[in-house]
Design a protein around this ligand. Sequence first.
Ligand code: 6R9
Length: 574
Amino acid sequence: MENVQQERIAATATTPNMRDYENTYASMRWEEVEKQFSWHETGKVNMAYEAVDRHVEQGRGSKTALLYSDASREESYTFADIAAQSSRFANVLRGLGIGKGDRVFIFMPRTPELYFSLMGALKIGAVVGPLFEAFMETAVRDRLQDSEAVAIVTTPALLGRIPRSELPALKHVIVFGDDVPSEEGIVDYRTEMAGASEEAQIEWLGREDGLLLHYTSGSTGKPKGVYHVQNAMIQHYYTGQVVLDLQPDDVYWCTADPGWVTGTSYGIFAPWLNGVTNVIRGGRFSPQDWYATLQKYGVTVWYSAPTAFRMLMGAGDEVVQQYDLSKLRHVLSVGEPLNPEVVRWGLKVYGHRIHDTWWMTETGGQLVCNYPCMTIKPGSMGKPLPGIEAAIIDDNGNELPPNRMGNLAIRTPWPSMMRKIWNNPAKYEEYFRLQGWYVSGDSAYRDEEGYFWFQGRIDDVINTSGERVGPFEVESKLVEHPAIAEAGVIGKPDPMRGEIIKAFISLREGFEPSEELKKEIYTFVKVGLSAHAAPREIEFKDKLPKTRSGKIMRRVLKAWELDLPTGDLSTIED
Ligand code: 6R9
């Protein structure tokens, strides 16, 4: 592998949180970070306490915790307000008989109530499962069934997508909004909150007690429930310091939805554990609204994703000039490879380097990053977080020399590492199959200077606009359509979305390919699964390439699509 990227962008400022990467890396000790949290004194902990109530107890209750806006609401809440609202919700849940370890799902748009509910559920020691608002019935059902969730918080508009008759474990549906139906099992959020006390007993937990269940797609099977525990807060706090570079007076904005791990670890926990003001913008993406949000709140630290930066780049430099972004100090990205072109553009229009960060749902927190004090090589994910050992290994667990592509792996354990895959111990073990390593499923190489360069997914999970989509999930939905016999789904490179979903489809007898049918199929997946999983491109085929055991060979489909050699075809059906 040849390292052609010689471009460098030097750091322009040092920061009190990390002045020198190499020294910090050499001296970093997680035991020191742990001293920030209450288990250091009591042996017990609770994320909601550490992120919210602790600030009230320590005299920072009147500090702004949440600045919220969407098309119809504009609100501001202090840490004391969030403590009170989450305590109310904790009492609502307790009143329903819900407690420690119970799975409570949250399925609603990004509004302040989502954050009150999430923190309230954590306060009683429940394990929270955040879902994207865009999920349709099948996606909701799979996740609630697998986790045996006992309660879900939602809105009237989304209620119809929760198939209650197929969810025997689900006892309570808490609905926030107007016109809450009065039915058995349905609880009106507003009524219950109004009657609940603002004082709630915190459920004191051990470090290995549950925190979150984030479902994520793999290349085979149903979505996996990635289980995180309280201990993750050590890493959320520390990365908030050295990666997000949070300072007490910062106004921080992470654009991610809590349905994605970035929207919890870095949309809630990292800023609040550090006592920093957090901006949440509801509603859809629009360049004007986003720049207006940066300007209105004087955002200083901004964490987003390549797909968003590419869309902002597409909207043009003139739009940027219409806004005052002078408060901005630090810009970061996660979710997909960050194109060097985007880094160059960011420097030109914002006057800031966009700092790429690499991590996964499974890792719970950032692991390989670009830090403010460090020179950036555009296109590189950066270097391992202090306290983390990252390496490139072959399939036997041997470390590879610089510039050789292999498996990106992390030495186990680290504080925010997932602790199980819900109901699937075998799947969990697969990640740790090579002694002492977590195998990420990404391929990468490391250059002579220790910078890591992302190459691709080793399996065939699709990354479209920063969302991971498992081809199997989409194929399963496609073959539910009456016209479809078989379907194979791949990610097709796309300048805007990273990848788009392309489906190869063979039709059942009696059905003919047509443009109309393509549209119908697209809508079928959009309505039945979710908009981001719907195939933007469809190609009809008489037959799909399959292995003898019946597995569709996606790499062959991909090779067709990209005009590449198809590789080993020894297992192909015929
Ligand atoms: C946080 C998050 C994880 C997968 C990961 C990789 C891709 C994430 C990246 C990146 C290149 C980066 N990915 N960050 N690829 N450069 N900086 O994204 O979690 O949704 O679980 O996705 O996303 O392929 O394995 P998740």
